[in-house]
Design a protein around this ligand. Structure first.
Ligand SMILES: Cc1ncc(COP(=O)(O)O)c(C=O)c1O
Length: 383
């Protein structure tokens, strides 16, 4: 028995120690009033009206109780149809609260204490956090800055050890806007073949591509867990509709159980409205977004070159480019100077060592605002 007055000091559980909000958020939250936002990766395009109307109708006309934990059967079927090469049964899909939840669930269901997880450098900081929450050890494979952040199979292979439990791929990439080629994914599949290593494929930007539609890693490697959702392609970030899809019954069942305890189910209104997220109207809206982001990306990259004499990577998908500011000094300082002149950017180092000296710039903005943002950056950086 512990005497009532000698309460033991609270110590944060090991899995939570050192976890911090990302630099992306830290910069965004310090934005001055009237800042131009090149920081957050959140679509500025409106959620299509037909989806808003459908959600309004559902909330007005229907009772919306819980759905089953893995989601509405009809919605799971529609998601399974998006991966015809997998011939997935309904039970191969779990609908989650955004792809972020699917990702956390996937890590928790395959990574154990001390397991190594291969992560791209640079990449979305949540992978590092998810690895640590699952008590795994992040190990980075480089997407070399000097190769325009393209995938490098020799680097990937060199990081595999007998402790590697999982690897993450993201295409199109946050933060680089690069797409993995079919050959890249085949090379990964060949490197992992027979190892038992799980591949977590973040496909949240898979509908936002500016050339050929990107391949899914699951076409080439069976032990793939797809995490994806509607946030980016249909400007539905706040609706929280994501999913995990996987051929392996043991893993997807574990994800379903964890998801049930974490969240029970995502919003029923969102799930019902999302049944029309693959209608002709929805596909047209996705195509419209692709055209807009493609034009904006080109506009911005050209503007950086013309106005500031700086190189930015040519975006292949998503809505990001990496601006090379190595000639101007430390990326955190450069981002800070921009912040003080009311432009939010994200220092590359937020995504990994390989992106040091770059800024991640998101182009979720009108051309007019982006032009103003570039002018402000020019003044801040005295160019
Ligand atoms: C690479 C990547 N994965 C996953 C997510 C999570 O998106 P959501 O949970 O809205 O589907 C984001 C959001 O910014 C992202 O950039």
């Amino acid at each position: 028995m512990i005497p009532a007055k000698e309460m033991r000091e609270f110590v944060l559980p090991r899995r939570m120690r050192g976890l911090q909000p990302t630099l992306i958020r830290q910069f965004f939250e310090r934005a001055l009033p009237d800042s131009i936002n090149f920081g957050l990766g959140e679509p500025d395009l409106p959620t299509p009206q037909f989806l808003r109307d459908e959600a309004a109708r559902i909330s007005a006309d229907e009772q919306n109780g819980y759905t089953s934990h893995p989601g509405l059967p009809a919605l799971r079927d529609k998601i399974a149809e998006q991966y015809p090469h997998l011939n997935l049964p309904r039970t191969g899909v779990v609908v989650t609260c955004g792809s972020q939840e699917a990702m956390t669930d996937a890590f928790m269901c395959v990574v154990d204490e001390g397991d190594e997880v291969l992560l791209p450098d640079p990449s979305f900081p949540a992978y590092d956090a998810c690895t640590r929450i699952a008590q795994g050890v992040p190990v980075y494979y480089k997407m070399p800055a000097d190769g325009d952040f393209a995938f490098d199979i020799s680097n990937f292979r060199s990081q595999i050890t007998d402790r590697t439990k999982a690897a993450v791929v993201i295409s199109p990439s946050n933060p680089t806007g690069k797409i993995m080629t079919e050959q890249n994914l085949r090379d990964i599949a060949a490197a992992l073949d027979g190892t038992g290593i799980w591949l977590i494929s973040d496909e949240i930007y898979s509908d936002l591509y500016f050339g050929e539609r990107p391949h899914s890693a699951s076409e080439f490697y069976e032990k793939t867990i797809i995490v994806s959702g509607l946030s980016k392609s249909l400007s539905m970030t706040g609706w929280r509709l994501g999913w995990a899809a996987c051929k392996d019954a043991e893993v997807i069942n574990a994800i379903q159980v964890l998801h049930g305890f974490n969240t029970v189910c995502t919003s029923t209104i969102t799930q019902k409205a999302s049944l029309i997220a693959w209608s002709d109207e929805a596909e047209a809206a996705k195509e419209h977004s692709r055209q807009i982001y493609k034009a904006r990306g080109q506009f911005l990259v050209d503007l950086f070159e013309k106005e500031m004499g700086l190189h930015a990577t040519s975006p292949e998908g998503a809505f990001y480019t990496m601006l090379d500011v190595r000639s101007l000094g430390d990326d955190i300082e450069v981002a800070e100077r921009c912040l003080q002149n009311r432009v939010v950017t994200v220092p590359g180092v937020a995504f990994g060592q390989e992106a040091e000296g770059f800024l991640r710039i998101s182009f979720c903005n009108t051309e007019e605002k982006m032009a103003e943002g570039v002018q402000r950056m020019k003044v801040a950086l005295q160019l």
